[in-house]
Design a protein around this ligand. Sequence first.
Ligand code: ZN
Length: 173
Amino acid sequence: MKRSSTIAVLACVLLLSSCGGNSGKDTSTVQTEVAAAPAETTSPATAEVQHVLALEGNDQMQYNTTTFRVAAGKPITLTLKHSGTMDKNIMGHNFVLLKQGTDIAAFAQKAMAAKDHEYIPQSESTRIIAYTKLLGGGEADTITFELAEKGAYDFICTFPGHYAMMKGKLIVE
Ligand code: ZN
């Protein structure tokens, strides 16, 4: 009798110390959230990590991708790589992401005059969400940004004459 009552007391102490107070409730809440999260999205593997986008520009004045889809409010890492060999003064490429509603032709016109700033027009800075460096063949640059608002965002290369061919859309869902 003495032994079993001692064990019973010990068990009580252990129970109290391991899940005393409100911690028992907290644990069950956390478990519920973890279990529910994967069911909300079709790709749980990428739901909690940031988007990693890869874009290339070549010597033929082309991007290799013209549409990206991302989720709103998730960090986005984009790497632009110049897959060609030409110099950036001849075939320079960048990635410039513009706010919705930007007049691309007017913006590109301003950008063309901004050679000293790698064709990033300082007067239009409020139109720009994110941009990479101007790259020559073999170079790459990585930027990180985030888009809270859903919609379609235009991106272009602002090297003179390139935006007509080098443009695409980043769709935030
Ligand atoms: Zn370009």
